[in-house]
Write a protein that binds this ligand. Sequence first.
Ligand code: FES
Length: 289
Amino acid sequence: MITDISHRRKFFAEGNVYLPHLVVIEKIIEETPVVRTFHFNFKNEKLRQEFTFESGQFAELSVFGIGEATFCISSSPTRNDYLECAVNKVGKVTNAMHRLGVGTEIGFRGPYGNSFPLDFLSGKNLVFIGGGIGLAPLRSLIWNVIDNRDKYKNIDIIYGARSPTDLCFKYDLDIWNKDETINMVTTVDKGDKEWTGREGFVPQIVEQAAPSAENAVAIVCGPPIMIRFTFPVLAKLGFTPEQIITTLEKKMKCGIGKCGRCNIGNFYVCRDGPVFTYAQIKDFVSSEY
Ligand code: FES
């Protein structure tokens, strides 16, 4: 699952891999009361034109004077005239980001990490399973797959959140729901007065939907508790550990395999991941997930 990153070195600021590039916030989307999507672009015209990344990769964003934090890139490389990251307000940097407005300059370094294995996914039935803000990295891959629809077979998307207010990317959910080539199920743990959709935890809904494991790959991302209960359901449905892919989130600092902050078992999430098969991580993931 490790991918060659040598071709990306040209995007690192000259001479210092920790030096960020300047990006300008062009749009801010209020996803939930605590999640905002920042839509931004490079200040430097050449970088705007030449920057590339792959679905599943992440970046370090910095708020000047406050610090930097890691975010997956939630936009798709097939729509590369902008970049997007969804930011959950949980710490110093993310709180500072939520105070920023359109036009503000922030720092960007990356892309880092490996990516979803598109060649392996090609020709397969894809089952996307997401929870809460865990839809962010899946969303990059989902749009990537939709933009190359003829390369893939059936697409199932099962996405849930604690409540209707906590559903992220509602504008995408609407589009995927209407797309006749996609089987989309949205669920919430508990609905409100207006909610007419499904209720139930994501693993239960996966069990009810019972996607076939035949020529399929499940791509899972969400809160640890959702992941922990979803893996056994997928196993029951016949998915082998090699047929389950996930993307891990860990506290990171350098993002390039130098500081040792993000190890899980024998892996550094920033360097060897964040995308892993369940086969790669199953022996040590249960203590963390
Ligand atoms: S964040 Fe430093 S080694 Fe992974």
